[in-house]
Write a protein that binds this ligand. Structure first.
Ligand SMILES: [Zn+2]
Length: 512
């Protein structure tokens, strides 16, 4: 066999090992994914009763009950050791009191000082405080803590930055942001931190923190308070007067001030739970390998009485998961079940920061190294009004099939060519795409653990995205069926092929 033929043969190998002709069973099963079924599910999931499915909320729990009841009715087995639920805790801190006394004089809450809502409960008394200028610390750029030892001490810094200061980092990561400065003080070992603001108070004091996933963290921030210029004059005397203009002029050096300061913060922590809903169709000879199909069933909830229905985001994906679960369960009934185990998981907390999928990825029920792929669907029921090329009514954005595994794109394109015949648009695969779509939905928590993923998305960013007007009557159901069937056919091939997907490409995380 000539060298050239051999090379050609090796290149074509992935194609040859894939089913070249239609699998009639797959076709028959895919036909069970219908407009009527999808409408039935979506009008319930994105109906008023679910109240926009905020995490956590009663509406969310009702939606989870519905999904679980459907998994049961379809004959799926519980996906979490006998349960259809993977619960995770959520915490919400609420301040119940805060105090500040300087040299025996009581400061007034909200008028003179405001605590950070993320503080932990503590009472502290300091006999001195270290002034550290703007408190900016960025390696190789600027360090206002140079030659200062603030370990275990109370530190005072000022909001803002010198006019000539420049940094690449933006937003939360910026060394001039309050988060960046609190972080710097923490890294220097400060126990307490006072941040001076002019025009204080700037905003209404936040008594309630938001619900959060992680009440347990590896490090603790210093006990932090925002203070007014009046307060700083009581600590630093003359030096503290007109402090912002002195800082601008650069005439104020770092210094330790003797002062008796008492600071206190008291809070209560509410705990509740939210859940991921998981059902499986067990495989046969390769049942210890897993194909995940995921979506998020949560959305934004209500603002006052206004419900954010989230029909496309991500009621459409959740409906897709239900329809594919039913399809694979039917295949199993017909003796054409998947060789690998199919895991259907609808997660919550996506809108809050990918909470449910983060929790799963950190507490996997099935080994991640045996998880051959996660096919994630988030918004597949509408179209992108800014897409003015190709067939605007017959496309899907495919994201991430060019990462982690070179098998992904081959299988995805073959499934589309054989069955779905949609336009596969890779616009969001561009690493320079400002939307950073790859990092913004639940598949990312699988990818970050090395699991190959494909993300399916319609790009409906304008129109009704994150608005109360994202309702079931606006969904393009025939297109949603076609897109769901594409994912079904792709999953079918991945569940039945001999090999797990190769993991032969490193996941490059572009800088923010
Ligand atoms: Zn979404």
């Amino acid at each position: 066999m000539s060298k050239r033929i051999l090379v050609y043969f090796l290149l074509m190998l992935p194609f040859i090992s894939m089913a070249q002709k239609k699998d009639k069973h797959a076709k028959n099963i895919a036909a069970t994914i219908t407009v009527d079924d999808m409408k039935k599910h979506l009008y319930i999931i994105a109906g008023p009763e679910m109240e926009g499915r905020n995490t956590p909320s009663e509406g969310l729990n009702k939606a989870a009950d519905y999904i679980e009841s459907q998994f049961k009715a379809m004959g799926l087995a519980p996906g979490n050791n006998g349960s259809y639920r993977q619960y995770y805790n959520l915490y919400k801190d609420s301040m119940i009191g805060s105090t500040m006394n300087i040299n025996g004089v009581t400061m007034e809450l909200n008028k003179d000082f405001q605590p950070q809502a993320s503080n932990y409960a503590a009472e502290m008394r300091f006999s001195e405080a270290v002034f550290a200028g703007y408190g900016i610390s960025e390696p190789g750029n600027r360090d206002d803590y140079k030659d200062l030892d603030v370990a275990g001490k109370l530190v005072i810094i000022a909001d803002g930055s010198p006019s000539d200061f420049k940094s690449e980092l933006r937003g939360f990561a910026s060394p001039t942001s309050s988060f960046g400065k609190i972080n710097a003080a923490m890294n220097k070992g400060a126990a307490g931190l006072l941040i001076i603001y002019n025009n204080f108070p700037r905003s209404e004091m936040r008594v309630n923190n938001n619900w959060g996933l992680n009440s347990f963290r590896p490090t603790q921030m210093p006990l932090t308070f925002n203070i007014s210029e009046n307060v700083i004059a009581k600590i630093m005397g003359e030096d503290g007067k007109n402090i912002f203009s002195k800082l601008k002029e650069g005439t104020l050096a770092s210094k330790t001030y003797s002062v008796e300061i008492e600071i206190g913060f008291a809070k209560q922590t509410q705990t509740t739970t939210a859940s991921n809903v998981i059902g499986i169709v067990e495989g046969t000879d390769l049942k210890d390998e897993y194909v995940f199909i995921t979506s998020h069933y949560d959305h934004l909830g209500k603002r006052g009485d206004v419900i954010y229905y989230g029909a496309d985001d991500d009621g459409s994906g959740t409906t897709g998961v239900l329809e594919m679960a039913e399809a694979f369960a039917k295949a199993k009934e017909m003796g054409k079940g998947p060789r690998r185990t199919m895991v259907f998981m609808t997660v919550s907390g996506e809108e809050k920061g990918l909470w449910g999928s983060a929790y799963y990825a950190n507490h996997p029920i099935y080994p991640l190294d045996k998880t051959t792929v996660d096919l994630n669907i988030d918004m597949i029921g509408r179209t992108d009004s800014s897409r003015h090329y190709g067939d605007t009514l017959n496309y899907i954005y495919v994201v991430g099939d060019d990462k982690i595994s070179s098998d992904l794109k081959v299988i995805s394109e073959q499934a589309n060519k054989l069955y779905a015949k949609l336009e596969l648009d890779y616009k969001f695969n561009d690493p320079n795409d400002r939307n950073r779509i790859y990092f913004r939905s639940d598949h990312y928590n699988f990818a970050a653990k090395g699991v190959p993923i494909i993300f399916y998305y319609d790009g409906m960013l304008k129109a009704d995205y994150h608005k109360p007007t994202d309702t079931p009557d606006k969904i393009n159901y025939p297109l949603m069926v076609k897109r769901t069937q594409l994912v079904f056919y792709t999953a079918w091939e991945m569940a039945n092929r001999n090999e797990m997907l190769k993991r032969d490409m490193k996941l490059e995380i572009p800088k923010r």
